[in-house]
Design a protein around this ligand. Structure first.
Ligand code: NAP
Length: 434
């Protein structure tokens, strides 16, 4: 029997487990470890609550979890409850699939002022991630600035714009739904340091902004390159740019909120007395190599909330070689060495869609299967870990426990919503104890 531990139960972890099951069949047992009592990582806490069709992929992961060869061990923090060397000693292979849940800092003066909230924290808040449940972002302000031109910036701008009714059918947590309904934000600036042809927004997600009940996207036609230049773009980007052109051409709508795309706009300082009051922005110009350089022209935008959506980092774990500059684990094609492997954003950084993690997981699973062929078979696997955790008094949450949490969340859901998530770890543990 081969024993594999996976640290992290998001998409990358489950796709790796699925691939290992396919390759090694009855010859493998997999333990999936999560620091939280609930599985699915980015699916539960990252994907926007109004994108339920994307979240539905958790059903595929559930099949893996219920295969009889895979265990879920929730509420186990690697580095506190068990160390990486202990896992390596107990399992034939250890896959690090911890994602990239930490915000990259904006790195400008004032970026630590109250009212500057990175996208990991803001998204975690409206998705019920326990550590951000008490965030209370300042929504009693007239304007917010969302920094970045990727899909996370779009998620954040859309969530700030939607009416309560537009969240019907979503699983946005109650505390965020109530706070957003009371929000006085009327202007949302989406700042791109480069231009419309350099956005990282996909067409479906960008197109959604054109159908909001109470908000209108606004693009300055002067920021758009000539339409002939669109022909050279790849098809997806061309569609996204077509949406921007539609937004620029749309007549005023009378909708109370505006999502204003500010292109060629690089934040240089965040200012305010004890909290964010304004953002100082330098106009940029695009160099032939595609980089943005400052023009020296500075303007300010009044705003009480700044949400940098500029990418994420993987937090280091003791015992796993880490690449500080890249913000992820040091690896060669997913192989870290010494029985350690990594997948997903922990392997390649925060890029790609949920589905990108599938080939990534398959590749690393194939590598593990090859490395394990004809060797080992004498590691204790889960039995060894169980002994360690029991001796340390860790309250391990099983998949059956999670299913009780899941059922309780469904039972207390608002009308039309699939679930009302628990946001306190203690509450979830209490439910499992009862
Ligand atoms: P992203 O796609 O890498 O976009 C990051 C944005 O931040 C870019 O526009 C980048 O501009 C900008 N940026 C980076 N550093 C900056 C700085 N110092 N100042 C100003 N702007 C800066 O990252 P993301 O939006 O976090 O998304 C992560 C991944 O998840 C992406 O692959 C995304 O497609 C995916 N995702 C998908 C969905 C969906 O499919 N619905 C939803 C959310 C996320 P430059 O281009 O100039 O560097």
């Amino acid at each position: 029997m081969r024993h594999v531990a996976v640290i992290g139960t998001g998409p990358a972890g489950y796709y790796s487990a699925e691939a290992l099951l396919k390759l090694l069949g009855d010859e493998i047992r997999i333990d999936m470890i999560d620091r939280l009592p609930v599985p699915y990582g980015l699916i539960r806490f990252g994907v926007a609550p109004d994108h339920q069709s994307i979240k539905a992929v958790h059903k595929r992961y559930e099949k893996v979890a219920l295969s009889g060869k895979v265990r879920f061990l929730g509420n186990v923090l690697v580095g506190r409850d068990v160390s990486v060397p202990e896992l390596v000693a107990a399992y034939d292979a250890v896959i690090v699939a911890t994602g990239a849940p930490r915000d990259r800092p904006l790195g400008i003066p004032g970026d630590d002022l109250p009212g500057v909230i990175g996208s990991a924290a803001f998204v975690g808040w409206y998705n019920g991630l326990p550590e951000y449940a008490g965030l209370a972002p300042p929504l009693d302000v007239a304007a917010a600035a969302v920094v970045g031109n990727g899909n996370v910036a779009l998620d954040v701008a859309r969530i700030l714009s939607k009416t309560r009714d537009e969240f019907a059918g979503s699983d946005i947590v109650g505390h965020a739904l109530d706070a957003l309904e009371r929000s006085s934000i009327r202007t949302i600036h989406v700042l791109g340091r480069r231009g419309p042809h350099q956005i990282a927004m996909t067409p479906k997600e960008l197109g959604e902004l054109g159908h909001l009940e109470a908000a209108r996207p606004q693009v300055d036609p002067a920021d758009l390159p000539s339409s002939e230049a669109d022909a050279a773009l790849d098809p997806g980007l061309r569609k996204s740019v077509a949406h921007l052109r539609d937004f620029a051409a749309a007549p005023p709508s009378g909708k109370p909120k505006t999502i204003h795309f500010d292109f060629f706009a690089r934040p240089v300082a965040i200012e305010g007395y004890g909290r964010v009051e304004r953002l100082s922005i330098e106009r940029t110009r695009l160099e032939p190599d595609g980089r943005a350089t400052g023009t020296g022209e500075i303007y300010t935008v009044e705003c009480g909330l700044v949400i940098p959506c500029i990418g994420y980092q993987t937090p280091p774990i003791e015992g796993v070689p880490y690449d500080e500059a890249a913000g992820r684990f040091r690896n060669q094609g997913g192989v870290i060495g010494g029985g350690l492997y990594c997948v997903g954003w922990a392997r390649r950084g925060p890029t790609g869609t949920i589905g990108t993690n599938r080939p990534d997981g398959i590749e690393v699973a194939e590598r593990i299967a090859a490395d394990l062929a004809g060797s080992g078979g004498d590691k204790p696997g889960g039995a060894g870990l169980d002994d360690l955790l029991a001796s340390r008094g860790v309250h391990v949450i099983t998949f059956a426990d999670w299913q009780r949490i899941e059922a309780a969340e469904a039972a207390r859901a608002r009308d039309g919503s699939p679930r009302e998530k628990f946001v306190a770890v203690e509450e979830m543990l209490g439910l499992c104890r009862s």
